[in-house]
Design a protein around this ligand. Sequence first.
Ligand code: RRO
Length: 305
Amino acid sequence: MKSQEFFKKFLIYNASGVMCTTKEELGKVLSSSADAVVFKTATLQPREGNPEPRLFWTDEFSINSMGLPNKGIDYYCFIAPELKHFKKPLFSSIAGFSEAEYFELIEKVNKVKEFDGVEVNLSCPNVEASCVFAYDLELSLKVAEKLRKMTDKPLGFKLPPYTERWQIKKLADGFLKIGVDFVVLCNSWPLGCVVDYKKESLVIRPNQGIGGLGGKFFKNIVLGQVRLFYQVFKGRVKIVGVGGVSSGRDVYEYALVGANAVQIGSRLLHEGVAVFEKIKKELEEILREKGISSIDEKVGKVKEV
Ligand code: RRO
């Protein structure tokens, strides 16, 4: 599969949703030390998203109920060629409101040769009152199978955090059989709530103040997901880890449990694109101290105790 070409070398880039909605933002990420960029999840039509305030973050965590604000798939297909000169992988991200919409979206992405891969978002926690798509395992596998038949591009799925081992096993077995190239683990923790005790108020307005949580606390939740998926995939389907990455040490931990790449979300909000250079320097320092030439040697090599 083609994605093996990208993920042969460990990648560090943005999480979809952070600094990737406009051509200017995408250009900023691509001008930085990021190794690739994933675009904001696109829908068939442009969307304004939910009412503000809809995003809040501190050093420790973030909560959002953005509601999929994006410029629509046609805009992203139009600008992708204009970003190719950065010579870095460009990942499209798409989300439909029905099975049929996912199929329509991938046909549009297929027509753009500058997209190097597609991340299918099955896990937006914030759209109206609807549930997270990928909590319906059967339906997700059915859609994945059809999308696999529809595209030759490297194909990946962004999943929510799961709470049962059998859910992960079922999806991982299915993705392996279908020939999925990569998974992105995980979208934000759904149904979070943050309260400002001084103001005695919620911090975001939409959906009763409920939204997706990310940030430092999330790392250990996602490390568990990466480890369990890796035990099934054993490198045959690549894993992109996303959740609480803010240092070189976090990247090292993700690699040990089986990630071939990481994305930065909350920390990119907090620090801006300088975060990529900072994290890479910290990672290089760890590798030097340990006398390792490349992080790729460590993927999936965590020791049991
Ligand atoms: O736009 C959002 O509200 C959003 C999306 Br599409 C997503 O996949 N994850 C998230 O935390 N927010």
